[in-house]
Design a binder for this molecule. Structure first.
Ligand code: BES
Ligand code: MN
Ligand code: MN
Length: 464
């Protein structure tokens, strides 16, 4: 029987070309100007799932962007794997920081990707990683080695909060019934240090607006005598962290899961170089909450960050003005047991309460979601671990990530199943950033490793 390695070797040029074609469509879910392209991408995914051997493929309409559903059911007595991914991408801005246009993919070698990487928005997050599953499916069906039932659910709103997917999952529990959910939308430590993501942070995303006088004012005539919304907003934001970089919102830490010392010791064993971390970002020092290491700060601890701030005059030259309004977008990353709706409310109450007289404050909640932790004493995790062992020759390290895929906690609630996060990206792949890229080696290694997961999952299910 044909091995994945030789099948990939034979078809790799086409596998790469198909991904490049998909990356050319600017499926930016945040910007309604790209609506047609987002829908066109859903259609392209549908065609690719049909070509990969799915028996049923549907474009499921929702109140927002469609969800592409595909399945191949070979035997009701065998386990069912549900693959989730997203076909939407982040906006590519700022465009002038890209070395090549974001939707004209090019292959270039980098230090960490000597075999070449595809540079394009969505190459790693998540078109490239999602498409590995489509090609792994093609391999398994073409060589008669699909060992179980498969369902695909590929959405187009992940980067804007997965609202329609929540709607869809609640209405289609039967259709989506499965034994395990498999996602490639995270990263690993390094190409020679495979790891499996065992945790995702939750999220609460809010926008704030501070209003002062009813119109923009001459900063000489009025300066010093009325509240300046930008001055006030920055002062309010600065007060959200204390001198130890703890968040000052009352109640914010009340439910935070504290890890035991032995869990923290285990975390500290994962290979990590602070020097390499700093060098990669060109910073002289890291910065964060007192009492925690860098890897703890970016995975098991909650955070609060301004994602955007604006107001007043930002054009060329100078304009002496006190703006009537100032704005900011703020994200809070949450950890297990923090309720995202509760945190949003705590933020709202606190932020309103610290507003001084002379301004009005409005807080508008956006999306959010719960943190997620994958247990490692399950056949799902063991199957993934064995899969990496067989293709990387090393046991993968379990590691919690700081990123969020809010829908994963909802999957557990609505479908009752656990999720395995087999991500093949690297932190340096620049997702959400200019010059996003995805290693060709990682892409092909993913396609090789995924069928091994199926194989081991079915084997372990049989034994248990
Ligand atoms: N794929 C990422 C999340 C991710 C990346 C998790 C790397 C772990 C490692 C996903 O597409 C994403 O960007 N999620 C958003 C949240 C969403 C609600 C916009 C995030 O984490 O900011
Ligand atoms: Mn993603
Ligand atoms: Mn993303």
């Amino acid at each position: 029987m044909k091995s994945a390695k030789s099948y990939i070797q034979e078809h790799k040029d086409r596998f790469i070309q198909e991904l490049i074609d998909l990356l050319k469509i600017p499926s930016i879910s945040a910007d309604s100007a790209y609506k047609d392209d987002v829908i066109k991408t859903a259609q392209a995914i549908k065609n690719s799932l049909e070509n990969a051997g799915c028996d049923v493929v549907e474009i499921c309409e929702t109140p927002g962007y469609p969800i592409v559903y595909g399945e191949k059911m070979i035997d009701p007595n065998l386990p069912t794997v549900l693959v989730y991914g997203h076909y939407d991408v982040q906006p590519p801005d700022p465009l002038d920081l890209w070395d090549s246009p974001p939707f004209e993919p090019v292959i270039k070698a980098t230090e960490l990707h000597p075999d070449g990487a595809i540079f394009a928005r969505g190459s790693c997050d998540d078109k490239g990683q999602m498409y590995m599953h489509v090609k792994a499916m093609e391999y398994m069906t073409q060589t008669d080695q699909l060992p179980c039932n498969v369902k695909f659910m590929i959405e187009g709103e992940e980067e804007v909060g997965s609202e329609s997917l929540g709607w869809f999952v609640e209405r289609n529990q039967q259709k989506l019934a499965n034994d395990i959910i498999l996602i490639s939308d995270t990263g690993m430590i390094a190409n020679d240090v495979p790891s499996i993501t065992t945790g995702l942070r939750g999220l609460s995303y809010v926008e704030v607006e501070v209003t002062g006088p009813n119109r923009d004012l001459h900063s000489g005539l009025y300066g010093g005598a009325v509240a300046n919304p930008i001055n006030i907003l920055t002062k309010m934001i600065a007060s959200l962290h204390d001198e130890n970089n703890h968040i000052t919102i009352p109640g914010f830490y009340d439910k935070v899961e504290e890890l035991s010392q032995s869990e923290r010791d285990a975390m500290a064993e994962a290979p990590f170089s602070l020097e390499a971390y700093q060098n990669a970002l060109n910073i002289e020092s890291v910065y964060g909450e007192a009492g925690y290491t860098t890897n703890e700060r970016n995975s098991i601890r909650p955070t609060l960050d301004v994602n955007g701030i604006w107001g007043g005059y930002t054009g060329e030259g100078a304009k002496t003005v006190i703006a009537s309004k100032a704005y900011a977008k703020i994200s809070m990353r949450l950890v297990p047991n923090q309720e995202w709706t509760e945190i949003t409310e705590l933020f709202q109450n606190h932020f309103e309460s610290i507003a001084p007289a002379g301004v009005e404050v409005k807080v508008t909640p956006h999306h959010g979601g719960q943190a997620y932790v994958t247990p490692i004493d399950t056949i799902g995790y063991q199957a993934a671990s064995k899969a990496y062992e067989s293709t990387f020759g090393k046991t993968p390290i379990p590691q919690r990530s700081g990123g969020s895929i809010p829908i994963v906690a909802l999957f557990e609630k609505e479908l009752g199943s656990k999720t395995i996060l087999m991500g093949f990206g690297l932190d340096s792949d620049a997702i959400h950033s200019p010059n996003e890229h995805y290693g060709i080696w990682n892409y092909l290694k993913g396609i090789e490793t995924i069928p091994q997961f199926y194989h081991h999952f079915v084997e372990l299910s049989r034994e248990s």
